[in-house]
Design a protein around this ligand. Structure first.
Ligand SMILES: C[S@@+](CC[C@H](N)C(=O)[O-])C[C@H]1O[C@@H](n2cnc3c(N)ncnc32)[C@H](O)[C@@H]1O
Length: 149
């Protein structure tokens, strides 16, 4: 939603969305949310990117297909490098996942993000996380935000 609004019309962008859990991926792929789950989403996005349906459990907010088609969902174990992923990325968001990795896997994952990012690309981790001891060739721009140098 944010990229669609921020980038000039016609910009070619895609998101690769990964998780180790096929259940989590299936859920994400369905793109159905309850009203309370999308409460924190700014109203302009709620209005422009969702349609409302009524299901057995009440109202369901369904993310629009146009937006869903920009996202490729793939199962990926971040603990196993190298990742079977092609392409150069501008941004990696890895929030609240590194806690599941052991110290070596964390270091390998951060090195792998570095390899996959283009120079100047950004890695954003969870608010309570940092790359202490594994930052390598990332520079810290602000809490949880790192830039490939
Ligand atoms: C706490 S959730 C965070 C979800 C999301 N990133 C967020 O910030 O809301 C952790 C997710 O990490 C996934 N996960 C755990 N170990 C993983 C691994 N080795 N590789 C990839 N994903 C993993 C879990 O399946 C779960 O969906």
């Amino acid at each position: 939603m944010v990229l669609g609004a921020a980038l000039p019309a016609g910009t070619d962008w895609r998101i690769l969305a990964t998780d180790i859990s096929t259940l989590a991926l299936q859920k994400a792929q369905r793109g159905n949310y309850t009203a309370s789950q999308v409460e924190a989403v700014p109203l302009r996005y709620r209005r422009s990117a969702f349609s409302v349906r009524t299901g057995p459990q009440g109202e369901i907010m369904r993310i629009d297909d146009d937006l869903k088609h920009m996202i490729l969902f793939r199962r990926l174990n971040l603990g196993r490098t190298p990742y079977p992923v092609r392409g150069v990325f501008d941004l990696v968001l890895c929030r609240n996942v590194m806690i599941y990795l052991d110290p070596q896997q964390r270091a390998d994952a951060v090195a792998e993000f570095h390899r996959l990012l283009q120079p100047g690309g950004h890695l954003i981790v969870g608010e309570a996380e940092n790359l202490l001891g594994v930052a390598g060739r990332f520079e810290r721009r602000q809490p949880a935000v790192y830039r490939k140098v």
